[in-house]
Design a protein around this ligand. Structure first.
Ligand code: DAH
Length: 354
């Protein structure tokens, strides 16, 4: 029968087309071509009119069977394509978990932060409080309350950035002394250290920067003597520069202390023999200090007959330069990672000896 011939050819061709469809869209086109309303299988029905009534049901069943067979083939081809697509996707998105991970760049503490924290740790252990003040300060606290009235010649020692007649960038951390004493309403004891940034109208060079750091120390209580100051600073010098350090006090002048001293530490490099670090003297100047001037106590409301105290001011920049052999203060403030990265090594070694 000519219809049977056509049907089996159509089936063969459909199988070929299905197998050659390599993606979902191509398969969809094949489906429309054979099973769509105007598709080839529907087209077979046009032969109905040529068949006798007896033949018609059998022919109809054959066409339906063919439709079903092609439909089944398409479904199984769909599954094959879906699997292939999944496998390709898994292959493309494969992650090699054995690859080494990317290095995360670790920073290191800034040498000034390290130095400040080291000093803070020592004083916290001695029962001091850490107090911070204002970088923009009133002339009153920066100078007057520290026994430096307007027109006092010692103001020349600290050339300043004025914001108004009465406000300036603080030139030292000493105003935190004056503010703290005032807040304590004449009641001791006071034991504080005050770290922070300070500003001077200076031209920048290897040892001067218009911005640098200081740490102020202040103890006010009954019966504080110069020997307390000396013992405290000896401890500080040994903490910073090594257990066998000595200190020496030289007379000096600061308006807010009386007597005032300049404090030197025996050279940690040559142990006092003389070298380039100590400029052949065996001693290195590290800080200014003295017994709190009675005027400073009285101005802040403390009875200077009952209370006495000592104060000191040191520069972490200078300390860090000495400890780490840094020859230019500007390295601290230019954020050059090549400089900063060197302190990773210091960190990895733990607390370094100097
Ligand atoms: N404020 C002083 C300066 O910046 C340093 C100083 C000296 C602070 C003696 C003190 C001190 O507390 O007693 O030059």
């Amino acid at each position: 029968m000519v219809q049977n011939e056509e049907m089996s050819q159509l089936k063969q061709q459909a199988l070929v087309d299905i197998n050659e469809a390599h993606d979902a869209q191509a398969l969809q086109n094949v489906k429309v071509k054979y099973l769509g309303k105007k598709g080839s299988v529907s087209g077979l029905m046009k032969h109905m009119k040529d068949l006798s009534n007896e033949e018609k049901p059998a022919y109809g069943q054959q066409v339906n069977a063919l439709r079903q067979a092609i439909q089944d083939e398409i479904v199984s081809r769909e599954e094959v394509l879906a699997n292939e697509q999944l496998e390709a996707q898994l292959r493309d998105e494969k992650i090699d978990v054995t690859l080494p991970s990317r290095q995360i760049a670790l920073g290191a503490k800034h040498p000034l932060t390290r130095t400040i924290e080291e000093i803070e740790d020592l004083f916290l252990g001695l029962g001091y409080e850490i107090v911070e003040g204002y970088e923009v300060e009133q002339d009153h606290y920066n100078f007057e309350a520290l026994n430096l009235p307007k027109s006092h010649p010692a103001r020349d020692m600290q050339d300043s950035f004025y914001i108004t007649e009465e406000t300036l960038m603080r030139t030292h951390t000493s105003p935190v002394q004056a503010r703290t004493l005032e807040q304590r309403n004449g009641q001791g004891p006071v034991k504080i250290i005050c770290p922070g940034k300070v500003y001077r109208r200076d031209s920048d060079d290897a040892t001067h920067s218009h911005q640098f750091t200081q740490i102020e120390g202040l103890v006010v209580a009954e019966d504080i003597k110069m020997s307390d100051l000396k013992g405290t600073l000896e401890l500080l010098a040994r903490e910073l520069f090594g257990a066998d350090r000595e200190i020496r006090l030289r007379p000096s002048y600061f308006p807010f202390t009386e007597p005032s001293v300049e404090v030197d530490v025996s050279c940690f490099k040559c142990k006092g023999k003389g070298c380039n670090v100590c400029k052949q003297t065996g001693w290195i100047e590290v800080l200014g200090s003295g017994m709190v001037h009675p005027n400073v106590l009285e101005m802040a409301g403390f009875d200077s007959q009952r209370y006495s105290g000592f104060a000191f001011g040191l520069g972490p920049d200078r300390i860090a330069m000495l400890k780490y052999g840094i020859e230019d203060i500007r390295h601290f403030y230019t954020s050059d990672v090549r400089f900063l990265e060197q302190f990773k090594a210091v960190e990895d070694r733990g607390e370094e000896e100097c």
